[in-house]
Design a protein around this ligand. Sequence first.
Ligand SMILES: [Zn+2]
Ligand SMILES: [Zn+2]
Length: 367
Amino acid sequence: MKAAALHDYGQPMTVEEIDIDDPKPTEVKVKIAASGVCHSDYVFVAGKPFFEGPRPIVLGHEGAGVVEKVGSGVTRVEVGDHVVLSWIYACGNCYYCTVGRSNLCDVGRGPVIGEGYLADGTTRLHKGIIPYYHFLGISTMAEYTVCDEKSVVKVDKDVPLDKAALVGCAVMTGVGAVINTAKPIPGESVAIFGAGGVGISCVQGAVLSGAYPIIAVDNKANKLDIARHFGATHTIDASKVDAVEEIQKITGGGANYTFEAVGHPQLMRNCWDATAKGGTAVVIGGAEMGDEVSIPALDFPFTEKAIRGTGYGGARMNVDIPKLLNLYKAGKLNLDDMVSATYPLDGVNDAFSDLRAGKNLRGVLMM
Ligand SMILES: [Zn+2]
Ligand SMILES: [Zn+2]
């Protein structure tokens, strides 16, 4: 099959023919229809990986497709089912899966899958005798993938697969950060730093929550126009004004919830400063390895503010992925306008340059 592989960090991807093995008993083979192009793939191409693992690796962690083959022990899906791939494998047995926080699954977030293997510590990808590795257990930038059945969620066939793919990462991460992690109540104020795919998904989560005002911050005017289109009630161009002061002005002292959807320590600090007393700053963005954030320690007793992380939108994937797609079908979640450009698999490097240039809300590779 054709796959987009990364042979070393900091290099362009190469689209090449590689071999893919049949699924083992608990695994499925999926014919990928669409794969979103995410900043978390790009950091590896850009040479600033979140973690170091074996290479070559087939990137891509946001995809949807059709089940082509199932292992002998698979019970959750059948051949022909439409599925969204989830970059968190939720084992179902660990502490976190048991208490309903499967986005923190010990296996899904563990070293085996994090470092390029499937859950049994082996790979199904190779070129002759040279092994190729899996990205977060799903490697969606390819014509096919083999992954554990716990990495897929069956979805309704009437949702277009390029839209469904987005719910596998960006949309889940952003909407979930608001509705699962922060949980604002109607009328509480929200400010979002960064109006890319995840930030716009936060805006949509805030609209679903009935938050007001919904303030979007970015340093590009075109992104702020997009934020308004998706429901931001106020926008701040951080290239022109002090965003923290503006948020304080609009909200009368600070937002109840702030979200950092970029991955920059200074913006995380800005989020903290823009949060109201008793409010919560929620950090979504992935910074660079080794980055740290510093906040004034006296703020803790004086303001009762909190800062917390959120990963994969706090999703329980088997519940939340179908839920978001139901909201899409009901016209309450706009996925259609999230896809701003599509590319063939061979165009993967163009998709990454457009991502780096900030051209896309979401670029999607169509297989
Ligand atoms: Zn992603
Ligand atoms: Zn688990």
